[in-house]
Write a protein of this length. Structure first.
Length: 225
């Protein structure tokens, strides 16, 4: 690992942390109220190590299989690392996800509630979950329709799943603030503190609208090849 690569990773992390602090100041919040999830999807282990060495400890992956190929070895080197699943989860991968991840951001349907409840029982551990909400009413994206959120939350709670908040991915290319505000309102209405919202291009806006977890990839890793 070259010094230049490590320096670049440190600089990027410092810049993102500074932007988080600035947004928190404007919103009259504390930076420690916001968890930075470094989204390392599609990036190889050698691109992740510099951020780990720079002190980042919370990472996000989109796919269970990809994470299985990278993270067991990385966690041997950096055992305090927390791993979040930020992409869609197939019900047949629930066991693998529960074994590997410390948080799941994409609970979005009744069948996945059942699969996760079984996986929790089997593994003897529970993983905190965010319910993903389809705030933009986009069928091609994952997410629970807004009207179905109350019922899904009831089902998840009855199944013993620790739901800690809501997550969203606003429509691409549209001002995200109204969607972040909508997610925050739905979370408030259901007594949920967690709001997983905001990515590289809009996380400052998300923080000002109440984000507790921001999912940042490009600003930390650079553009994907």
């Amino acid at each position: 690992m070259t010094a230049n690569t490590t320096t670049t990773a440190t600089d990027r992390l410092t810049a993102v942390q500074a932007e988080i602090a600035k947004a928190c100041t404007i919103a009259r919040r504390k930076p420690e109220e916001v968890t930075l999830v470094a989204v390392s999807k599609t990036h190889p282990a050698e691109a992740i190590v510099p951020l780990l060495e720079a002190g980042q400890r919370v990472f996000g992956e989109n796919r269970v299989q990809e994470a299985q190929g990278k993270w067991p070895a990385l966690r041997e080197q950096f055992p305090q690392t927390e791993l979040h699943l930020v992409g869609q989860l197939q019900s047949n991968k629930a066991d693998d996800a529960v074994a590997l991840f410390d948080c799941i951001h994409s609970l979005d349907r009744p069948s996945l509630v059942k699969a996760l409840a079984k996986a929790f029982d089997k593994a003897g551990r529970q993983v905190p979950c965010f319910v993903q909400v389809d705030v933009g009413e986009e069928e091609q994206k994952g997410g629970c329709p807004i009207k179905d959120v109350p019922a899904l939350l009831v089902q998840a709670r009855e199944a013993g799943i620790p739901v800690i908040g809501l997550m969203c991915v606003p429509p691409f290319g549209i001002e995200p603030a109204p969607y972040f505000a909508l997610l925050a309102k739905i979370a408030d209405d259901h007594g949920l503190e967690g709001r997983s919202m905001g990515m590289s291009g809009d996380f400052a806006t998300a923080i000002m609208l109440g984000a507790t977890h921001i999912r940042v990839g490009t600003a930390l890793f650079g553009e994907r090849e």
